[in-house]
Write a protein that binds this ligand. Structure first.
Ligand code: AMP
Length: 463
């Protein structure tokens, strides 16, 4: 266990809502399975009507929320969460939804984001003698709501909750679901860093991190909740309201590049199409005269990218690596040995595709370089003649405060290094990245957060 950092709610997935005819718990479980890529460390559901019951545990959705446990959940309202923790803080108390009882009424909260003010607020509370049961931002948010509103949760209005979030967490990135007695409230922060979708379905009204969660439901309408908007869902219906005027929109490009499912439409764009387009642009901008025997994707997020690159370059596309989907995402493992071990477990090479070939290997991004260097070793072992690494994301040279787990600058393989230096570090014959200025061909306008590709001019690098 490691409590180095309290940024623990980052790239999670949330789902919740109301189902009039039926018990909502199986719908939530199915949706969380479709959001599993957003967090594989823990999963939970809070469900009920007047009283809320929570089932949550470590692990993938199917093991944390086994069917016999889901059968014990009843009720028309509920929220669920899949968790991605970034610094190995694996305390069970941090698993969401977080439920508390206040003035005899239950409230549950599920959160995707990172609220930077939480640390200061927690310290203020602690100086007043308040005790926290977890190290999560979510508990700070819940306590802040309780202290500000100081009345039964059934009396909390949309406007009061929104005002409190705005006042205390306006610098943060949050998509938050609150399950109050017979009501669900959902909010997307002012900057709109993370996506939040709503679906009006035959089965009920639902809110989710990505619209992929709604597949399998009979949706009449799917809409994106805009930055600084929220929704209130009751047994009578739903209402979407804005609670502020967004000053600056900062949609995270990594939701499109890496984090969201290829099947999702995030920030009004289909994720698969974005990745294909990035692959095409990468070839056209940096590799025009380059050729190879085969273009191989690093699955899953590299798949669309490699298809686009192959289409633009006419280099044949092949699956040279099969991905074992039952392994957790390697990136989140707490140390380098474990991360390398995980990459080796996750990818299985197809020797006949690789042997004797000049390969162009395409991934969405290089962060620490663990995935690429382990895969390149594998390809060489299988007889690859040459391996050329390509990333559809520009070089990641800056950390992220807003919910994408990008480690300290010194851990970033691209920070302060040339393409040639990176190639020799990961064992590739060459490495190329999308030039940052090309991003605007896909991510138009000034509504995107691209901070991770930019240098902080005022900072001095101390090795
Ligand atoms: P690394 O192995 O550290 O170079 O990380 C790059 C790999 O992790 C790529 O295969 C990406 O698909 C994936 N990845 C990129 N960004 C992230 C992120 N913020 N969190 C988790 N995984 C990521």
């Amino acid at each position: 266990m490691n409590f180095k950092n309290d940024k623990i709610n980052e790239e999670c997935g949330i789902f919740g809502g109301y189902s009039p005819q039926k018990n909502i718990a199986p719908y939530i479980k199915c949706a969380l399975l479709k959001l599993q890529h957003r967090g594989q460390e823990a999963a939970g559901i809070s469900c009920g009507n007047n009283f809320q019951k929570v089932v949550k545990d470590c692990g993938l959705v199917n093991s944390a929320l086994e069917n016999f446990l889901i059968k014990e959940l009843e009720g028309n309202f509920g929220i669920g969460h899949v968790r991605y923790s970034t610094f190995g803080d694996d305390r069970k108390e941090n698993i969401q939804p977080l439920k508390i009882t206040y003035m005899g009424e239950d409230v549950s909260l599920a959160h995707n984001g990172n609220v930077s003010q939480a640390k200061k607020i927690r310290e203020r509370f602690e100086r007043l003698g308040e005790v926290f049961l977890s190290s999560s931002d979510s508990e700070v948010m819940l306590k802040t709501l309780i202290f500000s509103l100081k009345k039964k949760p059934s009396l909390w209005t949309f406007d009061e909750v929104a005002k409190c979030l705005k006042k205390n967490f306006s610098l943060g990135a949050y998509c938050i679901l609150l399950y109050l007695p017979n009501r669900i409230l959902a909010f997307r922060d002012n900057f709109g860093y993370r996506p939040l979708m709503f679906a009006k379905c035959k089965e009920g009204y639902f809110v989710a991190s990505e619209d992929v969660a709604f597949y399998g439901l009979n949706a009449d309408e799917i809409i994106e909740i805009k930055p600084a908007e929220g929704i209130e869902i009751t047994g009578e219906g739903y209402q979407i309201k804005s609670f502020a005027t967004p000053k600056e929109i900062r949609q995270c490009v990594f939701e499109q590049i890496y984090f969201s499912s290829s099947a999702s439409n995030v920030f009004y764009k289909n994720v698969y199409e974005t990745r294909v387009r990035l692959g095409e642009i990468l070839f056209n901008s940096v590799d025009n005269n380059f050729t190879a025997d085969v273009a191989i994707p690093v699955m899953d997020s590299g798949l669309g990218c490699a298809i686009g690159y192959s289409q633009a370059s006419k280099i044949p596309f092949h699956l040279g690596l099969i991905r074992n989907n039952w392994m957790e995402r390697s990136f989140i493992q707490p140390n380098q040995d474990k991360r390398s071990f995980n990459v080796k477990q996750k990818f299985i090479p197809i020797k006949s595709v690789i042997n004797g070939k000049k390969i162009v290997l395409i991934d969405d991004s290089l962060v620490r370089g663990t995935t690429s260097s382990e895969i390149i070793k594998m390809l060489r072992k299988c007889g690859a003649k040459e391996v050329h690494m390509r990333s559809v994301s520009p070089k990641i040279i800056n950390t992220c405060l807003w919910g994408v787990d990008i480690p300290t600058k010194t851990e970033l393989i691209s920070f302060g290094k040339t393409d040639g230096q990176i190639a020799s570090l990961i064992g590739a014959d060459s490495v190329k990245f999308l030039p940052p200025e090309m991003l605007s061909k896909v991510f138009e306008g000034n509504v995107w957060c691209k901070k991770c590709f930019k240098e902080d001019k005022n900072e001095v690098f101390l090795p």
